[in-house]
Each structure stands twice: as structure tokens, then as C-alpha cells.
Design a protein around this ligand. Structure first.
Ligand code: FES
Length: 169
């Protein structure tokens, strides 16, 4: 099944949750980075789009243009839909020669998506990456700061299983 990276309008419960969260933080204006990060983390598509930015701007009393300065300054804030975990598969020559193609098939099978797609729940997105200097354990996948090598189907399944379990905490 294919999913495109597209923005969906906020659900009413998401709007209510954003408003409630800001209401609970009297000092939101002075803690805007953490406010935005928390809101982003709790949204399905993991990003601060125009709709969210407008709500925050009005609620916190920060002009939209100023809020966009914050959004574009910090790389951990996303202004476009973004899966929670970006799974990057190294396809550079050493990993390729160690059969990154087979690892790609296993990863795609386990996630139910193809390269460049994201899962329906926006938990995972699959992308290619360049060499990260771990060729000796390649082919590798990188998820955030973690590099996983010496991959087998069981290991891949365990890695994704642990991340799925975290989501449910
Ligand atoms: S080529 Fe893949 S980690 Fe170096």
C-alpha cells in the first residue's frame, strides 16, 4: 500500500488538545520551543503546519511571523509532515556490495511500505542515506542517532517491534 507525504487537516480532538496544553502552561510564551516540540511529538504527522502554528500564535500571543522564525531556526521542529522514525538504509557501495538490496526487501516487508513511503500511522518512513562510516557492519540502517548493522530479518523485526512498543507507552 502506498502513502504519500501529505498534510491532513487537524482533527477536532487535536485542536482541543493543543488549546488545553497551552492553557495549562502559563509561561508558554517564554517556553515556546518546548511547547512546540511537545505539540509536534503528539501530532500524528509529527510537524507544526500552518494550522497548528496559527493556533499557537493566537493562543500564546506570539505573531505568526515570529513563530515561523522559531520553526525554521530549530532543525528538530518540522514544518512538513514527518514520520516519527525515519529509517535510513545505506545504499553506498560497501553496503550495496554486502547486499543492501536484500536488507531493503526485509525492511520493506516488515514495515509494509516501499522506499520513500511512510506507514499509515506515521510511525516509520523509509529513506536512503549515504555512508555513515559503519561499513564493517553493513548493510546498515540508521534510525535517529542509532546505527544498526549485522542485520537479519529477526533483528530488523525486533528493532521495529521495540519502537512500536515505545509508541504505545
Ligand atoms: S557504505 Fe554503508 S555505512 Fe559505509
Amino acid at each position: 500500500m502506498k502513502y504519500k507525504v501529505v498534510a491532513e487537516p487537524l482533527e477536532q480532538y487535536e485542536i482541543d488538545a493543543i488549546n488545553k496544553y497551552i492553557d495549562e502552561h502559563e509561561d508558554a510564551r517564554n517556553d515556546i520551543l518546548n511547547i512546540l516540540l511537545t505539540i509536534q511529538r503528539n501530532l500524528k504527522e509529527n510537524y507544526i503546519g500552518e494550522e497548528v502554528a496559527t493556533i499557537v500564535s493566537e493562543k500564546v500571543g506570539i505573531p505568526l511571523v515570529q513563530l515561523y522564525d522559531v520553526l525554521t531556526f530549530y532543525s528538530m521542529l518540522n514544518t512538513e509532515p514527518h514520520a516519527k522514525y525515519i529509517v535510513e538504509l545505506c545504499t553506498c557501495a560497501p553496503c550495496y556490495l554486502s547486499d543492501s538490496d536484500s536488507v531493503q526487501v526485509m525492511v520493506e516487508d516488515e514495515l509494509g511500505i516501499k522506499m520513500g513511503e511512510h506507514t499509515e500511522d506515521w510511525l516509520f518512513q523509509l529513506e536512503e542515506c549515504a555512508c555513515v562510516g559503519a561499513c564493517d557492519i553493513g548493510p546498515i540502517i540508521k534510525i535517529g542517532d542509532e546505527i544498526h548493522g549485522n542485520l537479519t530479518r529477526e533483528k530488523i523485526r525486533r528493532i521495529f517491534g521495540e519502537l512500536r512498543a515505545k509508541k504505545d507507552l
